[in-house]
Design a protein around this ligand. Sequence first.
Ligand code: NDP
Length: 239
Amino acid sequence: MSRSVLVTGGNRGIGLAIARAFADAGDKVAYTYRSGEPPQALAELGCLAVKCDITDSEQVEQAYKEIEEKHGPVEVLVANAGITRDQLLMRMSEEDFSAVLDTNLTGTFRVVKRANRGMLRARRGRVVLISSVIGLLGQAGQANYAASKAGLVGFARSLARELGSRNITFNVVAPGFVDTDMTRELSEEQRKGIVEQVPLKRYAQPEEVASAVRFLASDDAAYITGAVIPVDGGLGMGH
Ligand code: NDP
């Protein structure tokens, strides 16, 4: 059955791999992009590109209107869009802290809340939030990012309780280090240091995160809610 799927931040990195995985499986995929041009690869798969900055409620509302018109109400939401603004606490401005929280946590609140309108009506839905191993382990220089990603776990688990009776599941995927623009910003030395700590001794490919997301949205995961699934090569073992 072809479902209406929305992936935020689907124009590159992990979001692009997630959008592609759902489209390959035959779902009707819409994805948001904030800047630049939508990727040709997704256009060829028939995905719907919707321009939307998730820090702006009005843009979120417009995006949903467009998706509902073209694909019907969103049945599977993957809240993936996120940013980093790394800085040690002493040098971290309130703006750096707020911007990360406003995108990663409040932005997720905005898109989840709007998706729930249709899911409640349908009495079914799947929501997957992309957190991070950093939200569970913490990381020097990433207090804002870690706080936002840890917040997603409490958010998802609260909603799993609140809306479980409506047959809507809320799960979290916590990737470790994935080979995308976000981690390409790190120095070669930092990248080497990270790989040494990962039991599987390599970065994840975005497709490996997409597989876990697809599983959580599939019928096979119908009885899984409030879970945090690590895709981290063993980095956060035991978190
Ligand atoms: P990228 O930096 O490659 O892509 C981030 C995506 O989020 C882009 O599509 C970007 O849009 C979008 N985005 C950022 N801010 C906004 C906004 N305000 N409104 C709408 N879209 C926005 O990141 P990754 O693919 O690496 O990361 C995807 C998710 O996975 C993030 O939530 C990240 O925190 C998480 N993650 C990543 C890990 C990694 O190692 N890479 C590890 C663990 C978690 P635009 O192109 O316009 O900037």
